[in-house]
Design a protein around this ligand. Structure first.
Ligand SMILES: C[S@@+](CC[C@H](N)C(=O)[O-])C[C@H]1O[C@@H](n2cnc3c(N)ncnc32)[C@H](O)[C@@H]1O
Ligand code: SF4
Length: 425
C-alpha cells in the first residue's frame, strides 16, 4: 500500500501505519562502512537537572561523575567514527541537556571542529543556561545554532510540567531569550502547543511575547505523547486531547504568519537563509553517537544502547554499541522520504527510476494533488495551506512511533536490570 493512498487520512490510520512500519528487531546490527559523502552527526547527552513530565526522550537526572565519564566516552566514540572514515558536514548536540557541563561540552565541540570542520554546529539547552559566560564559551567553541527549550510562558503550565523551579519562570526566561537571540546566526526557541490545560488565550499570549522578542526561529511542536505518557500526563497536567490541535495550529499560523515563514510544518523562521530545522529532515543520512541515539544510514535505522554505563564500557572496549535496527524496504524508504519532504513543505518532482516504486510514488502524488494537499510550483510540488496540517499530523505520528520505540528500549533495559538484580540476590 502506498503511504497516502487512503487520503484523507485520519490520525488513527496514520498511527496504525507507522506502528506497522517502525518495527525494530532486537538484533545486533553492525554499523555500515563509512559513506563516501558527508553525513550529519548527532550526539546525544542524556542528562537533565530536572525531568519534565511530558518528555519522551532518553534522559536521566544529572550526576556529575557519570556525565564526565560519559562525555569522555562520547569523544572516544567520535574519534573512532573519524578513524573509520566518516565525514561530517553538520553536528547537532541534543539531549537531555548538553550544557549540563559546559567545559566537557566545549572540549567535545572543539574535537568535532578539529576532526570535521563542519559548517553547522548546533547545541540544545535550557533557559537557566542562557548566561553570558556560557553563551560566549559556546560561540568561541564554534556553535552557530543554539536551540533552547521554553515550551510555554505560562507559569501555571511551567509548574505542571515540572520546569518552573529548575528552568525558571516566564519573567526569568524572557530577558534571557532576548540576550541569547543576538549571539548566534540561528537562535531557536522550542515551544509546545496542545498541552493539557493550555488555553487558546495562553497560546496567543506566548506567540505575542515571542513576536515582541523578535526571536529568530521558533519550533512550535504539537504535544507528541506516547500511550504510556498520556496516562502519566493525566495525573500531572490533565487529559490530552487531539481534538483541539488543528485549531491551535491555525491560530499560531495566523499570529506568527505575517512576520515568520514556515520552513517546515512546525518551524517558524524570521530569516530563511539561516533556517536550520530538524537534522532528521534536512539530511538523507545521519550518524547518531551516544547512548540512545538513532542513526539512519543506507535505509537502515540503527539504535544505540540505552544503558548509559554499558555504553561507556563498550566504547572504552571498542565494542559494538548498537542494540537494535531495522532495514527499510525500498517502498518504506520511499514513504519515509516522502514524509520528510512533505514535512519540509516541498516535494521534489523526481519520480523513482524503479518501475514498482514509480507506481507507488505516482499514486501518492496523485492522491495528494486530488486532496489539494500539494500543488505544482516550478519544478517541484509545494504543500498547500491545508496540506501543512496533514504534514504536521504525519510527522507527529512518526515521532510518536519513534518515542514509543524509545519507551520500549528503556523498558527492555529496566527488565535486564531487574534480572541482573535477581541473579545477585
Ligand atoms: C528533548 S528536548 C532537549 C533540549 C532541552 N533539554 C529542552 O528541554 O529543550 C528538545 C525538545 O523536545 C521537545 N519535546 C520533548 N518531549 C516532547 C513531547 N512529548 N512532545 C512534543 N515535544 C516534546 C521539547 O519542546 C524540547 O524543547
Ligand atoms: S524536555 Fe529537555 S529538560 Fe525536560 S526532561 Fe526532556 S530533555 Fe530534559
Amino acid at each position: 500500500m502506498s503511504l497516502f493512498s487512503d487520503l484523507p487520512l485520519t490520525s488513527a490510520a496514520v498511527r496504525r501505519l507507522f506502528r506497522h512500519q517502525l518495527h525494530l528487531q532486537p538484533i545486533r546490527p553492525t554499523l555500515p562502512h563509512a559513506l563516501k559523502s558527508k553525513v550529519a552527526l548527532y550526539l546525544h547527552i542524556p542528562f537533565c537537572e530536572s525531568l519534565c513530565t511530558y518528555c519522551t526522550f532518553h534522559r536521566v537526572l544529572f550526576s556529575e561523575p557519570l556525565a564526565r565519564a560519559y562525555f569522555a566516552a562520547l569523544r572516544e566514540d567520535i574519534r573512532q567514527a573519524h578513524a573509520a572514515g566518516w565525514q561530517v558536514s553538520e553536528v547537532y548536540i541534543g539531549g537531555g541537556t548538553p550544557t549540563v557541563l559546559v567545559d566537557e561540552l566545549c572540549t567535545t565541540l572543539t574535537l568535532c571542529q578539529t576532526l570535521f570542520a563542519p559548517k553547522v554546529m548546533s547545541v540544545e539547552t535550557n533557559p537557566n543556561h542562557l548566561v553570558p559566560a556560557t553563551l560566549t564559551a559556546l560561540r568561541a567553541a564554534g556553535v552557530n545554532r543554539l536551540s533552547v527549550g521554553v515550551q510555554s510562558l505560562d507559569n501555571t503550565l511551567l509548574r505542571a510540567m515540572n520546569r518552573f523551579e529548575a528552568y525558571g519562570s516566564a519573567e526569568d526566561i524572557l530577558p534571557r531569550l532576548a540576550l541569547a537571540n543576538a549571539y548566534f546566526d540561528t537562535f531557536n526557541v522550542d515551544m509546545i502547543f496542545n498541552l493539557p490545560g493550555q488555553s487558546v488565550a495562553s497560546l496567543q499570549q506566548d506567540a505575542l511575547a515571542l513576536l515582541e522578542a523578535d526571536i529568530k526561529q521558533i519550533s512550535w511542536y504539537p504535544l507528541m505523547p506516547t500511550r504510556q505518557k498520556t496516562s502519566l500526563l493525566r495525573e500531572s497536567m490533565g487529559a490530552y486531547q487531539l481534538k483541539g490541535e488543528h485549531k491551535k495550529y491555525q491560530q499560531l499560523c495566523r499570529v506568527l504568519g505575517h512576520r515568520y515563514t514556515l520552513s517546515s510544518a512546525w518551524c517558524f523562521n524570521r530569516n530563511t537563509v539561516n533556517a536550520h530545522d530538524e537534522y532528521v529532515t534536512q539530511n538523507e543520512h545521519y550518524l547518531g553517537l551516544g547512548s540512545g541515539a538513532f542513526s539512519y544510514v543506507n535505509h537502515q535505522l540503527l539504535v544505540n544502547d540505552f544503558n548509559i554505563e554499558r555504553y561507556i564500557e563498550t566504547v572504552q572496549a571498542g565494542g559494538n554499541r548498537l542494540v537494535a535496527g531495522q532495514h527499510f524496504t525500498p517502498a518504506q524508504a520511499l514513504s519515509y522520504r516522502m514524509l520528510l519532504q512533505l514535512f519540509s513543505l516541498q516535494v521534489a518532482a523526481v519520480a523513482p527510476v524503479d518501475r514498482r516504486l514509480r507506481k507507488l510514488w505516482s499514486a501518492d502524488i496523485a492522491a495528494l494533488k486530488t486532496a489539494r494537499m500539494i500543488q505544482v510550483a516550478d519544478d517541484a510540488y509545494v504543500v498547500t495551506e491545508q496540506g501543512r496540517y496533514l504534514a504536521l499530523a504525519l510527522m507527529r505520528e512518526f515521532y510518536v512511533a519513534v518515542n514509543t520505540l524509545r519507551e520500549q528500549m528503556r523498558e527492555l533495559q529496566a527488565s535486564e536490570q531487574r534480572i541482573l538484580l535477581q541473579e545477585v540476590e
